[in-house]
Design a binder for this molecule. Structure first.
Ligand code: GTP
Ligand code: SPV
Ligand code: MN
Length: 609
């Protein structure tokens, strides 16, 4: 069969003045165009008109649906391919020169080998499509800490999402310094033959690869159009590449929310919290307190970049511009601020569609509306046990729409942290909250996070796995070295200036499988204790695992003393098992496991015996 000549031979890229200032970017884009062979090239400026144009194009193609403007103004609905619904960890690679530098928890491939493999995959992969060039900034472009990326993609849906999730467009290009951009190449991996009709959601699950080259600061992603696989500024750049940069230059890139917390007395503190995917970051970041007088403000809901400031305190900033949140479970009861954030100008992916073209998902209301179309596009039978929305269905919206956005979101330096919280989803063993004895012990708590798996990644749901610092899928280098880096960060300032470290678990269950703790707005009761303890105030008792509260403020809460006791129990038998488990896990890191954490493990063992 004769292969038609590529149209890319005759493509002239419509460079304008903004781009002409960046010959290094132009050279790279030209190379990508030549190799991927698209039919057309579009240079994104990030404007509202451009977004509108893409939305109209995708709507006309039937690939997205414009929602009812009276119910959900300027919002869109999209269904993905059923085999492209979440992050794919088994296809995600860290390609460092040495395998050891990727560490035992990452998939590794030799960079050259991976480049060769990807070269073949990407050859001609954009035939029949438009190649979009997206300049974007992670971090406010005005911030000295911002990282500028340029993503090349053949997915207009990805372009729309990137506009909401990153500081995208001319503002990023203007800030770009020579030879400093992070090249991010993405393709859904489905070239079209002449005249071939496109699929609703093109993707190539058999050939999916999400490859990171931390040493040369670049990202290549093939075959998926969903979330963290395709919006390359998020997990790929702002966590995997950024964590590697942080290790090199003395800062941290973390899977953390950042919140401002103001007490009834008017004192304000900032807190960051790391929980694994779909374990409650967005919800905590926007919490509506069930205790009078407390105020929560949101700086970020997924990623924090943390540096030591001039005053010796730890400053956190949110590199993202949007929310890519889990839809199921989000309701006016659990998270009214998220509901307000997605009331307009939002993209919904894999939720259910109502008859009057609005959206619905499990947990949004007690009773589902009649005649839903499910995430697979079929009429939904409410008596079936199938879910109407996919468990990892998500909303994409600008963080500016969050009614409790903290004014310091716009601070180029970030906010000073008083506390750092780790947490996971555990049915038993881990109490509701406890505090570390000090920084080193706190790093040990971070290293010991384990959690039940969720639908945020492809694979089994509900299996307990180790997820140190909630970074297992996101650390761009050897996790053992990452532990050492955290210990080193603690030595960059005086102990009094370090954030205090805590561990929480909202997810303990009773024998009937019901959550013991009400969670959501009642988590403020735990935050109140953390707030006080971060100034060395408040009640506490010393236990083998750390400081636990003697009591929490439970006013207005109907919780049996029996359940409360269970929530704050340290069961020595269960904890001995936990420690055995941990000891076994930590052997994975061999020589990279820091001595200080070995000491912590031995200390814990001793205190428990
Ligand atoms: P990613 O975006 O994947 O990183 O997730 P996340 O950590 O932001 O999790 P999110 O806040 O979206 O919550 C995930 C799921 O956990 C949702 O279905 C929530 O309703 C549920 N959830 C959040 N907080 C609580 C809580 O305090 N208690 C209980 N029982 N469920 C919660
Ligand atoms: C997560 O899985 O932690 C997410 C969603 O925040 S994704 O962007 O798909 O990684
Ligand atoms: Mn996340």
């Amino acid at each position: 069969m004769e292969v038609a000549p590529s149209k890319s031979e005759s493509i002239s890229i419509p460079w304008n003045n903004a781009w002409l200032k960046h010959p290094d970017v132009m050279k790279w884009v030209e190379k990508m165009v030549k190799h991927c062979e698209p039919d057309m090239v579009h240079l994104c400026d990030g404007s509202a008109a451009e977004y509108e144009g893409l939305a109209n194009y995708l709507t006309a193609e039937g690939k997205i649906v414009r929602l009812n403007p009276e119910k959900r103004p300027h919002s869109f609905y999209c269904r993905s391919h059923p085999d492209d619904v979440a992050r794919v960890e088994e296809c995600t690679f860290i390609c460092s020169k040495k395998k050891e530098d990727a560490g035992p928890t990452n998939n590794w491939k030799d960079p050259e080998e991976m480049q060769n493999h990807l070269k073949d995959l990407f050859k001609g992969c954009m035939r029949g499509r438009t190649l979009y060039v997206i300049p974007f900034s992670m971090g406010l472009p005005v911030s000295a800490f911002a990282q500028i990326g340029v993503q090349v993609t053949d997915s207009p849906y990805v372009v729309m999402n990137m506009r909401l999730m990153t500081h995208m467009g001319s503002q990023a290009l203007e800030k770009l310094k020579p030879n400093s951009f992070v090249p991010c190449l993405h393709s859904v991996g489905v070239p079209l033959k002449e005249g071939e009709k496109d699929k609703m959601w093109p993707c190539n699950p058999e050939k999916r690869v999400i490859a990171h080259f931390p040493e040369e600061k670049s990202i290549l992603s093939f075959g998926s159009g969903y979330g963290g696989n395709a919006l390359l500024g998020k997990k790929c750049l702002a966590l995997r590449i950024a964590s590697y940069l942080g290790k090199q230059h003395g800062w941290l890139a973390e899977h953390m929310l950042i919140m401002g917390l103001t007490s009834p007395k008017g004192e304000k503190k900032y807190i960051a919290a790391a929980f694994p995917s779909a374990c409650g970051k967005t919800n905590l970041a926007m919490l509506t307190p069930n205790l009078p007088g407390w105020k929560v403000e949101c700086v970020g809901d997924d990623i924090a970049w943390i540096r030591v400031g001039k005053d010796g305190r730890f400053y956190a900033m949110n590199p993202e511009a949007g929310l890519f949140g889990v839809a199921p479970g989000t309701s006016m009861k659990t998270n009214p601020n998220a509901m307000a954030s997605i009331s307009k100008n939002t993209i919904f992916t894999n939720v259910a569609l109502t008859q009057d073209k609005d959206v619905w998902w499990e947990g949004m209301t007690d009773k589902p509306p009649a005649h839903l179309t499910d995430w697979l596009g079929k009429p939904w039978d409410p008596t079936s046990k199938d879910k109407a929305a996919h468990p990892n269905s998500r909303f994409t919206a600008s963080i500016r729409q969050c009614p409790i956005l903290d004014p310091a979101y716009d601070s180029a330096e970030g906010v000073p942290l008083s506390a750092i919280i780790f947490g996971g989803r555990r049915e038993h063993t881990i109490p509701l909250v406890y505090q570390s004895f000090n920084w080193q012990h706190g790093v040990f708590l971070g290293a010991s996070v384990s959690s039940e798996t969720t639908s945020a990644a492809k694979g089994v749901v509900g299996k307990v796995r180790h997820d140190p610092f909630a970074m297992l899928p996101f650390c761009g280098y050897n996790m053992g070295d990452y532990f050492s880096h955290w210990l080193e960060m603690g030595k960059k300032t005086t102990p009094d200036k370090l954030p205090k470290i805590f561990y929480v678990n909202w997810f303990q269950k009773d024998a009937q499988g019901k959550f013991l703790w009400p969670g959501f707005g009642d988590n403020i009761r735990v935050l109140e204790w953390i707030f006080e303890r971060s100034s060395d105030k408040g009640n506490f008792e010393k236990t083998p695992i750390g400081y636990l509260p003697k009591t929490l403020n439970l006013s207005g809460l109907d919780l049996s003393p029996f359940d409360m006791k269970a929530l704050l129990t340290v069961d020595p038998a269960l904890w001995k098992k936990e420690v055995e488990e941990l000891e076994e896990y930590f052997t994975l890191f061999k020589d990279h496991f820091p001595k200080a954490l070995k000491e912590e493990l031995q200390g814990l063992k001793k205190r428990l015996s």
